[in-house]
Design a protein around this ligand. Sequence first.
Ligand SMILES: NC(=O)c1ccc[n+]([C@@H]2O[C@H](COP(=O)([O-])OP(=O)(O)OC[C@H]3O[C@@H](n4cnc5c(N)ncnc54)[C@H](OP(=O)(O)O)[C@@H]3O)[C@@H](O)[C@H]2O)c1
Length: 279
Amino acid sequence: MAARPKKPRSLASFPGPLVLVGAGKMGQAMLEGWLAHGLAPRKLVVLEPQPARTLKALARRGLRLNPAKPLPAATIVIAVKPQDAPKALLALHPYVGKPTLALSIMAGRTLGFLEQALPQGVAVVRAMPNTPAAIGRGITVATGNARVTARQRGQASDLLAAIGSVEWVDDEALIDPVTAVSGSGPAYVFLLAEAMAEAGIAAGLPADIAARLARETVAGAGELLHRSDLDPATLRQNVTSPGGTTAAALEVLMGPGGFKELLTRAVAAASRRSRELAG
Ligand SMILES: NC(=O)c1ccc[n+]([C@@H]2O[C@H](COP(=O)([O-])OP(=O)(O)OC[C@H]3O[C@@H](n4cnc5c(N)ncnc54)[C@H](OP(=O)(O)O)[C@@H]3O)[C@@H](O)[C@H]2O)c1
């Protein structure tokens, strides 16, 4: 039976201050998830050069936005672009105390890099989320350094669970294939919708109908998979009658050079690129 995502825990008693560095697409998604799961704005500090209007509104409810004086943080979540990391991490030093947990979601920035760039001895978690986090349906894989206590690991899980499912790996090297499967994966699914629409047009459908059919099919099948306890292979077999139309298509898709082979090559390429970017 497939593993079902655990219900996220309430963040009402989450220890503050929680500092978020970078409130762009991902940072904002996490922030919204935390607030939706009960985190009080007064526990939050946000460092963001161009704060959105919603952030300014939260500042009126107690969130501290770009405070003039840094304060020791219980947890710091780093969500700036990887190329902005050196400057952003240097500015974080005054926020780091002995028990501070630093949780980074930056692609390609390793635990080793984070340990070097932050004050010595800090507990660090490196996590890789994906874009469905924006609707609370992401999946994040995390790994931590030896300084991370069981309690801090639980806290990192609680924060990440506010944007979807969470998995942990002990081996940091696995973050490269994770990036290739779930980090980059939403783009493969969007490509599937594009390709299905184009195939529909080639088969004679008007473009608008083909686009709608592809979109709703990908979204609906995704939702079915999400709600089902069955694995994808069983769901596929359940809609494939021997000698029928689906079977005719799957013979092409699952044949030599087909879908599985292509995806294996695509994931290997993304994994390789992730390793290169991490240096
Ligand atoms: N989006 C994804 O699918 C995804 C998936 C997995 C991991 N990630 C990781 O998530 C991180 C954020 O990605 P994103 O798509 O949310 O990027 P983004 O929208 O560009 O957000 C980054 C934010 O950080 C701000 N920033 C830059 N320098 C800063 C500093 N020194 N201090 C504080 N804030 C600073 C940026 O402000 P300005 O715009 O003014 O520079 C921007 O608002 C990246 O490291 C990425 O690798 C993203």
